[in-house]
Design a protein around this ligand. Structure first.
Ligand code: DAH
Length: 353
């Protein structure tokens, strides 16, 4: 290949490449000068024509003119495109701004409850979502055949742990109690938030996955009044200082005695509730005029549970409680469908940021 051929090829390739990165009329003008100007590589090639043989003169003359025409056409097309772009671009137009992510309402509620309890001295310990039957049931005093196991029954994995039964997706956060109690020595005050699973049909108040917060404290002189004190402080701090607490006797296998806890309705019974004005109808939409809302289960840790964790139940006592985060968030914000939490509709989620 002759010197002339080489230079021609390089020139053509460079022009094609440089054309791709031209976005303004200024860049375009620079490119025009570089490729069509008096000192351009093309002009230099033209200036070599007089040195060629007669036959070569004809060939190169035609070839260089074709290239010149091509460069001119491409630059003209580019120029039209760049002008269009520049004319439609309004630099004074306000920018779109950045969409910022934010904490999900369930995380916010969970964090807020945990932080109230942390200020009382509770320590956060997260358990695992995969448990075995022993931790989820047996150690919590729920024997294999016990009817209350049906309520907690869950999704099983096809894997077994030696002496601990089948693996499963935990149906409550209570197994965290067992994990912590077996790994550390009392005194202890722990909260454990996280996801739990139950094969429930999804509807406005049920989901196969939801969130709970477990809490428990163990020491030599822990009694029921400590439990009541902690819960009263929690609900008054979280909902409103006017909220009243009511404990109803109940049964849980892992606590004895056990209770379900209600708060006075934050809509119709709480004078300072932020939600109060929303409830203009005659019947309270949240408590259905009962005046009370169930929020959690609790009790004194059953001696069998302490013993399963090798804690001497004669020396130590403990209280425990467990609550559903979705339920608490629904009560606090007057949300009537649990599915809203999981649909990722920003119009819903935005209200809580
Ligand atoms: N684990 C129970 C449930 O999922 C909630 C619960 C009730 C936890 C009483 C407790 C408790 O620690 O003492 O329904």
């Amino acid at each position: 290949m002759s010197e002339m051929d080489k230079e021609y090829k390089i020139l053509e390739e460079n022009f094609d490449k440089e054309c791709q990165v031209v976005f303004s009329s200024r860049q375009l003008e620079d490119l025009r000068v570089k490729y069509l100007g008096r000192k351009s590589a093309l002009a230099q090639l033209f200036s070599k024509i007089p040195e060629l043989t007669l036959q070569e003169k004809g060939v190169w003359g035609r070839q260089l003119n074709i290239l010149k025409q091509k460069i001119t056409t491409v630059l003209e097309e580019k120029s039209r495109a760049v002008k269009d772009e520049e004319e439609t671009m309004d630099l004074t137009f306000p920018s779109y701004g950045k969409e910022m992510g934010s904490t999900h309402v369930l995380s916010a509620v969970s964090e807020s409850i945990c932080s109230i309890l942390q200020r009382l001295g509770f320590v956060v310990v997260e358990g695992g979502e995969i448990e075995d039957e022993w931790h989820n049931f047996a150690a919590l005093n729920i024997p294999l055949e016990h009817p209350s196991r049906d309520v907690f029954d869950t999704f099983y994995l096809n894997v077994k742990e030696k002496n601990r039964g089948k693996y499963l997706l935990r149906s409550h956060t209570s197994p965290s109690q067992i994990r912590v109690m077996r790994e550390s020595k009392p005194p202890m005050a722990v909260i454990s938030p996280g996801r739990v699973y139950r094969p429930d049909e999804v509807d406005a108040t049920h989901s196969f996955m939801f969130h709970q917060i477990e809490g428990f404290a163990i020491d030599k002189d822990i009694n029921f009044s400590h439990l009541k004190g902690v819960l009263l402080h929690l609900v008054q701090e979280f909902f409103s200082s006017d909220v009243k607490l009511r404990l109803r006797p109940h049964f849980f296998p892992f606590t004895e005695p056990s209770a379900e806890v209600d708060i006075s309705c934050i809509i119709c019974q709480t004078p300072n509730s932020e939600l109060r004005t929303k409830n203009s109808g005659s019947k309270c939409s949240v408590c259905k005029d009962k005046g009370w809302l169930e929020i959690l289960g609790c009790g004194m840790i059953h001696p069998n549970v302490l013993e399963a964790c090798e804690i001497d139940s004669k020396q130590y006592k403990g209280f425990a409680f467990g609550m559903g985060v979705e339920r608490i968030a629904m009560l606090k914000y007057g949300i009537n469908d649990i599915r809203l939490f999981y649909e990722n509709d920003v119009r819903f989620l935005d209200q809580f940021t």
